[in-house]
Design a protein around this ligand. Structure first.
Ligand SMILES: O=C(O)CCC(=O)C(=O)O
Length: 316
């Protein structure tokens, strides 16, 4: 897998430039210091949030307690007072507990005034801001967002490493069918088990407090918390009809079906999904090999029907 560290980054951008250069062509962008243009940039310290939200009971996910392979659906593992949770992650010690997709604005609407949807990202989902908290070394498994929205992830506290991969590589990432997850471990890629990974091109972003990352719809993201910290994400409906449809189907058909099949057939269902993922990756690899000239297929019609012996490795 190739990781490109040469990424698109700006410190300010107009709505027009953002729309034309990044949103429409679906290119990721790091916007340095975006949060500093809003009151939250200065105001939202851990102590301030503790003051405002300390009493809220929040749902937490235990990274150690998940059979992440089975389904995209994950239910929370426990509830805790926000103040207690924040004390835990502020110690800068590893903890498995993370807060995921938490709608803090619903509990404390006054927070929205401090950080409304960023100006270049406004749309009908602009009221849906979600918070994510985690401690140092927390990993967020590689996934696509189930609704396939565009996402603007703004970091407020601590640093975060985000690896982004275009949805064009979904098959080579062994995406599980009916699901928006992959079983590959990007920190220790196993090229024997997942040879398709060798063709994947990724981009690496380091988010510092204040920075925002535009993740186009369907982009795979794998996140490592370099420090304990938190971020807020806003969403914008996908640009293309294909992604809108995929998002709607994932939410209404694929995820519920995957959940049901997982409940009924457990490991057998997972094995079937893995088999399909491998087959798709294999096809995608052959396509890449043909594109790069490593494989070529004789196309003489008068010759006998297509057999695998006609698939010849070797440079043209
Ligand atoms: O920052 C995080 O913890 C996760 C963010 C994420 O997965 C998202 O915004 O879709």
């Amino acid at each position: 897998m190739k990781i490109n560290k040469n990424i698109n980054s700006v410190s300010t951008i107009s709505i027009k430039d953002f729309t034309e250069k990044y949103l429409k062509p679906q290119k990721p962008l790091l916007i340095k210091g975006l949060a500093n243009h809003y009151p939250a940039g200065k105001k939202w310290t851990i102590d301030y949030l503790k003051d405002v939200c300390g009493d809220v009971k929040v749902e937490l996910f235990d990274n150690n307690n998940k059979d992440t392979s089975s389904t995209a659906f994950t239910a929370p593992d426990l509830k805790m007072k926000f103040s207690k949770y924040v004390d835990l992650i502020s110690k800068d010690e590893p903890s498995n507990l993370r807060m995921f997709l938490f709608n803090m604005f619903k509990c404390k609407p006054k927070l929205r005034k401090d950080f409304p949807c960023p100006y270049m990202f406004k749309g009908i989902l602009g009221k849906m801001g979600y918070m994510f908290f985690g401690s140092k070394n927390t990993k967020v498994r590689i996934h696509q967002d189930i609704d396939m929205s565009n996402v603007m992830l703004t970091q407020f506290h601590g640093r975060k490493r985000v690896v982004l991969i275009s949805p064009e590589y979904s098959d080579l990432l062994y995406r599980l069918p009916f699901n928006t997850h992959s079983l590959v471990d990007l920190d220790n890629p196993d090229y024997n088990k997942y040879p398709g990974l060798a063709y994947v091109e990724a981009e690496e972003y380091i988010l510092e407090p204040g920075d925002a990352l535009f993740m186009p719809s369907g982009y795979w993201h794998y996140i490592t918390y370099l420090d304990g910290g938190f971020a807020v994400s806003y969403r914008k409906i996908a640009q293309s009809f294909k992604m809108k449809l995929l998002g709607a189907l994932s939410l209404t058909v694929y995820m519920p079906l995957d959940k049901l099949m997982n409940f009924l057939f457990g490991k057998k269902w997972l094995a079937k999904k893995e088999q399909i993922a491998e087959l798709r990756a294999h096809k995608a690899m052959i396509k890449k090999m043909i594109e790069s000239g490593y494989l070529h297929i004789k196309e003489k019609r008068e010759e006998k029907p297509f057999f695998s012996s006609q698939l010849k490795p070797g440079h043209r």
